[in-house]
Write a protein of this length. Structure first.
Length: 217
């Protein structure tokens, strides 16, 4: 009886069950062996794919994180860009008395060392970082904002203006009379509808205010 007979199957796992191969019967036992190429191919493939992944990421970061210098850039700008990032942040986000007077940039933190990894510790406020502001920090008080409060005669500080009536405020802060009223039509493109009027909308030109009496111009 041959092991290759389809009626009886064979010893291979991919074939129907049947007697073992003739060489196994002659040997008297099944040899406990393995394919060395299959076993060694697994770590070799792991190393190969690691090298490919690491090399691909390195090449991409070399173009993204460290782009090549622009040949058309102004020489002075290129020279300033060579400074460490902490020095550049100190120059652009610390107010009109230090640098170019840009607004506060809390998300751009100064960090210890040259690495920009988020695991690097942040520098303190005394070392240059902008303090985080919270709503309660902006509440008006005489201790936090002493410039808005005044005890001098003739000066209208925040606390005095807040206690005035509407008539007193109108008398103190005078506005021009006979001013032009904003357009009331919902079909006219205005700032109230983001410049998008309804169908058939037009832009009505406002009339000039009448000149004060006695003005011959």
């Amino acid at each position: 009886m041959s092991s290759t007979n389809p009626t009886h199957g064979g010893h291979d796992d991919h074939m129907p069950s049947g007697p073992p191969a003739d060489e196994v019967i002659k040997r008297g036992y099944e040899a406990d062996t393995y394919d060395a190429r299959t076993v060694l191919s697994v770590p070799l493939l792991v190393i190969l794919f690691f090298v490919l992944a690491f090399g691909t990421v390195t090449i991409l970061f070399s173009f993204i994180a460290y782009p090549k210098a622009d040949g058309k850039a102004h020489p002075a700008a290129a020279e300033r860009a060579k400074e460490p990032l902490n020095d550049r942040l100190k120059r652009i986000d610390r107010g009109p008395n230090n640098g170019t007077g840009q607004p506060r940039l809390e998300p751009l933190k100064l960090r210890d060392g040259e690495s920009r990894a988020i695991t690097r510790p942040e520098l303190s406020v005394a070392e240059g970082n902008s303090p985080e502001l919270h709503p309660e920090d902006l509440r008006l008080s005489k201790d936090k904002f002493p410039a808005l409060y005044s005890d001098k005669a003739g000066e209208y500080a925040y606390d005095k203006i807040g206690a005035m009536s509407n008539d007193k405020l109108k008398e103190l802060f005078k506005v021009q009379g006979n001013g032009t009223l904003p357009g009331r039509s919902q079909f006219a493109p205005t700032g109230a509808n983001a410049g998008q009027g309804a169908e058939g909308s037009t832009v009505p030109l406002p009339a000039f205010p009448a000149p004060p009496k006695g003005d011959k111009k």
